[in-house]
Design a binder for this molecule. Structure first.
Ligand SMILES: NC(=O)c1ccc[n+]([C@@H]2O[C@H](COP(=O)([O-])OP(=O)(O)OC[C@H]3O[C@@H](n4cnc5c(N)ncnc54)[C@H](O)[C@@H]3O)[C@@H](O)[C@H]2O)c1
Length: 428
């Protein structure tokens, strides 16, 4: 199917072709036409983008000033938009699930939950050094321990319920051998280069891991007749949306970072594979996930660990930026629900459904750590978005999902995890 190196370059070109197509929206024109034919004004108490607009975006704003045809804004959750989608009952019974990126934060939690409920888990992770590799090794050790315990209880061998493969999902030889060996019918694709800011410095790396990586998973899924493919997307695709509730019905062709562009490209490519080959694919847009074993480059992890250690918190912007911080347990619940339901093709938000300002988040950390934060104010960063807030009505309707962990409870549990695992020098 794939020839090796030369086709790799062709794919890379294709990736940039697709991505540049989106980016061309910035130059060519305008904001898209309102889908339901109504102009919805921005909420009066709405947020404003605190970061400077790029010249390109500024030109676009000027071009559409006073123009009633503009990107649709959603001021409230819109469950009615999804009422005509037939609801699928969950598949039950044991599955063999291939989880890519399962040494990482979200992937390792998902793999653990799958093992706990009795599924067989095949892990693929390249163990890259985007952050301390020992954290990923620790996550894999935890999965091995879990598999060992479950195997003892069920009179099985640990290797019958958990297999770990270290390598790049773009490595065709390895991936073919994994598919031939385990024939997984259910795939949870969490592997990616995450992080908005580093994607600005190294966009090629992000295109290769995220766009080409997703294309590889789509190809294998097609070839090996996979029953359901769940792909991690991101709230970052909403860019500088002015909606109060980010809706899957919203036009999202204005990604403000290469990371966001790769995620949006993956969603579109998966639509193509669904259309051409009738593959069942659900893209999940995660909203700022935090909790035990969190990613050390993310603000919640940095803030909690710095306040515990009495270090300095670098706060970008004035603290009024707001995020829909979502506790890992809720995300895992949503991912498992999506794995069990092979919808033909859907994009679904997974978030808490309400935002918290950075200032408020820091206050909660101070309260649960029991110490004042030492804050150093920094200018807002390019590529960061000012506000995220998920409309989770589609997830409620299609997956039966609801977020259960409040921000206060989530911070409390995460602080507790930090206190139980950190040493003088860092995290144990
Ligand atoms: N954490 C969040 O708040 C958040 C928000 C939105 C979207 N996401 C998405 O969710 C997914 C998981 O994120 P995370 O926070 O757990 O990140 P993470 O970095 O902890 O995990 C990603 C894992 O993928 C692996 N990986 C990367 N490229 C690979 C490749 N080519 N082949 C094999 N393995 C590879 C990495 O080694 C890593 O262990 C990612 O797709 C990310 O973009 C995360």
């Amino acid at each position: 199917m794939w020839s090796r190196r030369s086709k790799g370059y062709l794919l890379l070109l294709a990736a940039f072709g697709v991505m540049s197509n989106y980016l061309s929206c910035f130059v060519n024109f305008p904001l898209s036409i309102v889908t339901d034919g109504h102009y919805v004004p921005p909420p009066s108490s709405g947020h404003q983008a605190p970061i400077a607009l790029t010249p390109l975006l500024r030109r676009q704003s000027i071009a559409t000033e006073g123009d009633p045809i503009r990107r649709q804004i959603f001021t409230q959750p819109s469950p009615h938009l999804w009422s005509d989608i037939p609801i699928l009952a969950p598949h039950t019974g044991q599955k063999t699930v291939l989880v890519t990126g399962a040494a990482g934060f979200i992937g390792s939690h998902v793999a653990e939950a799958l093992l706990e409920r009795g599924d067989v888990v095949i892990v693929v992770d390249e163990m890259n050094d985007y952050y301390d590799v020992s954290i990923k090794e620790g996550n894999l050790d935890l999965l091995r321990e879990k598999a060992k315990k479950i195997a003892q209880q069920t009179n099985k061998m640990a290797e019958d319920i958990l297999r770990i493969h270290v390598g790049d999902i773009n490595n065709e030889t390895m991936m073919r051998s994994i598919f031939d060996q385990h024939t997984p019918q259910w795939i949870c694709h969490m592997a990616a280069r995450a992080g908005v800011r580093p994607s600005i410095d190294n966009p090629q790396l992000y295109a290769k891991a995220n766009f080409l990586g997703t294309m590889s998973m789509l190809e294998y899924s097609r070839e090996y007749n996979v029953t359901n493919l769940v792909i991690s997307s991101s709230s970052s695709v909403y860019g500088e949306s002015e909606s109060t509730y980010f809706s899957e019905a919203e036009d999202v062709n204005e990604p403000v970072s290469p990371y966001a562009a790769t995620k949006r490209s993956g969603e579109l490519l998966s639509f193509t594979y669904h259309k051409l080959y009738d593959l069942k694919i659900t893209n999940l847009r995660f909203f700022t996930v935090y909790g035990p074993r969190g990613r050390p480059d993310m603000a919640p992890y940095k803030f909690i660990s710095q306040v515990i250690r009495g270090g300095v918190i670098e706060q970008y912007g004035d603290g009024t930026t707001s995020r829909d911080y979502t506790y890992i347990e809720d995300i895992v619940d949503g991912v498992l629900r999506a794995i069990d339901r092979p919808y033909p093709y859907e994009i679904i938000n997974l978030g808490k459904g309400s935002g918290t300002m950075l200032n408020e988040f820091i206050l909660l950390v101070e309260k649960h750590v029991g110490k004042k934060a030492n804050i150093k104010l920094m200018p807002a960063q390019p590529g960061d978005v000012p506000f995220t807030n998920a409309d989770i009505s589609k997830a409620k309707m299609l997956l039966g999902y609801s977020s259960k962990v409040s921000i206060e409870e989530g911070v409390r549990r995460t602080v507790l995890w930090f206190k139980n695992t950190s040493t003088e020098d860092g995290i144990a």
